[in-house]
Design a protein around this ligand. Sequence first.
Ligand code: NAP
Length: 299
Amino acid sequence: MLTGIHITVIGGDARQLEIVRKFVEMDARLTLVGFEQLDHAFSGAGKESLEDAPLEETDVIVLPVPGTNANGEVDTIFSHETITLTEEALARTPEHCVVYSGISTDHLEKVTKRANRKLVQLFDRDDVAIYNSIPTVEGTIMMAIQHTDFTIHGAEVVVLGLGRVGMSVARTFANLGARVKVGAHKTEQLARITEMGLTPFHLEDLSKEVETCDLCINTIPAHVVTANAIAKMPTHTLIIDLASKPGGTDFRYAEKRGIKALLAPGLPGIVAPKTAGQILAKVLCQLIDEEAKLRKESS
Ligand code: NAP
């Protein structure tokens, strides 16, 4: 249970509602910032602006998966107000206050460091990232179906990266009957791709490997889908870039060549906010409870 712990939830999308629901169930004390337009009321959860929120009493701040943007703004679909997370706001919290987000940004790292508050990135955890890859793949399939006029079955699909998302994407598209090739940069990754029964290639050979590609799915957060590679793709190729913003594709050149390239962030929140929220809620409750126990022991 989270009885007696004060949590401030700032902004977010439908995933955050699952998180709030779980916090209410676990008996936490809640303040919601950036939720004015949400009709639903959660019992015991007050809605406030960031300025009026009782940050002095908050033990935990929960941000949406992307954290903040480069200017410190926190996205919310439940308010028209701009919420900016500043060092001054964080400095109002007690020293033990922990900030949780999915991923981090330079701004978020900078302000938490300056305010001397602990920042926990949930997607650094393999369990969270692997569970989250399930709705990500389902969203990728949805996009592939929506934006092509051919079946996934029988299509040549080039997946870039064999991390938590890349592995799930490659396996699922292969299970749907696609001919899957996976590009990676490490020998052990190439070995794993072979073991999975898929076709491996080194990323250095990308330009050659995309010559007959129908669908290219990038999961590498680096500039890998270069103009050189795009120049070799057939014009009907669809690029779906799953890597976090700004993605790893030369979108300008893709457009110039008439190749459809889509940056597709936040798919779990779009296709399965309930499941995606529950994945985060479960691990958040566990971490907040552990942190509270540690604090009790050391006081
Ligand atoms: P991950 O486990 O760290 O995998 C990233 C992969 O990219 C690894 O294979 C990594 O290889 C490779 N890589 C990284 N930098 C590289 C470089 N410069 N050159 C070559 N390969 C490189 O990350 P993940 O959890 O799979 O997530 C992948 C991306 O998808 C992230 O940007 C994440 O934020 C994003 N994501 C998007 C969605 C969505 O809805 N669109 C959902 C979830 C995650 P090494 O390990 O060898 O470096």
